[in-house]
Design a protein around this ligand. Structure first.
Ligand SMILES: Nc1ncnc2c1ncn2[C@@H]1O[C@H](COP(=O)(O)OP(=O)(O)O)[C@@H](O)[C@H]1O
Ligand SMILES: [Mg+2]
Length: 257
């Protein structure tokens, strides 16, 4: 059975891609079969953090040129990766039907992974919502900034009212200390639960780190076999993801037979 985990946020630039890539690597380093899907379609950039230049992307699958198995790239860390293509392709304007075709096609993979991380585009647009609703677990990334709180609240509200999602894991990124991160979570939870009947689980924090910042420039993810502070933070989050419950959206799910 595959556990699918969507990494989302209300606003862009809060660290979704950084977290999706490093969490996926963390699972792979723990010898779990892991697939990372870059579903920030048309704006895909996870391959940059992975330091790879995939020959194919989901576009080749959507155009009918290749099977899904053929667009998978395997990285040095034994992480499997599906690229979402770049800004000049036509994945920005997929229809619901095409998105459902993509989601269903994962059933046909030769080898199903244990974990699939999905880097989802920011905000409550149809494309992002479809991928969120199709995952077993939904993680919302926030930072301590008020704009991140407001946009994450709006995303959760739309997910709850329009898609019946009520379980969310929260990661606080770019925090100055573990205590500050937990305080930010508590504040966000109390605001959200005042108005919405949703269940938020705190799955951890990533420190504001120069190493993480530099990783995009050097095109190497920060999670590695070295047990640095950042690697530990991602490993801890990977162990807490099981706390997040699955949403019963009644809609199509990945790896749903
Ligand atoms: N924990 C962190 N510490 C320092 N910089 C970070 C951290 N997480 C992300 N960043 C930086 O923030 C920027 C946005 O991150 P990114 O993962 O691309 O966000 P998103 O996918 O949400 O748009 C990048 O330059 C990234 O290096
Ligand atoms: Mg991103």
């Amino acid at each position: 059975m595959t556990t699918t985990i969507a990494i989302t946020s209300g606003k862009g630039g809060v660290g979704k891609t950084t977290i999706a890539v490093n969490l996926a690597l963390s699972f792979a380093l723990q010898n779990k079969e892991t697939l990372l899907l870059d579903a920030d379609l048309g704006m895909a950039n996870a391959h940059i953090l992975l330091g790879i230049n995939p020959n194919y992307s989901l576009e080749d699958f959507v155009n009918g040129n290749l099977s899904l198995d053929k667009v998978i790239t395997t990285t040095k860390s034994n992480l499997k990766f599906v690229s979402g293509g770049n800004a000049i392709n036509n994945l920005l304007n997929l229809s619901d039907l095409e998105r459902h075709k993509i989601i269903k096609s994962f059933n046909d993979l030769n080898k199903k992974p244990q974990f699939m991380l999905i880097d989802v585009g920011a905000g409550a647009e149809a494309s992002s919502m479809t991928f969120m609703a199709s995952a077993n677990k939904v993680i919302v990334v926030i930072t301590g900034e008020p704009t991140s709180f407001i946009d994450a609240y709006t995303l959760i509200k739309t997910s709850f009212l329009d898609y019946k999602m009520n379980n969310f894991g929260i990661i606080v990124n770019m925090s100055s200390s573990p205590m500050q991160a937990k305080l930010n979570f508590d504040k966000f939870q109390s605001i959200t639960q005042k108005f919405l009947d949703v269940n938020l689980k705190y799955v951890g924090h990533i420190p504001n780190s120069q190493k993480v910042k530099n990783s995009i420039i050097t095109r190497t993810a920060v999670v590695s076999s070295n047990n640095n502070l950042e690697t530990k933070a991602f490993k801890e989050i990977s162990s807490k993801l099981s706390l997040v419950e699955t949403n019963n959206t009644g809609t199509i799910k990945f790896f749903d037979n």
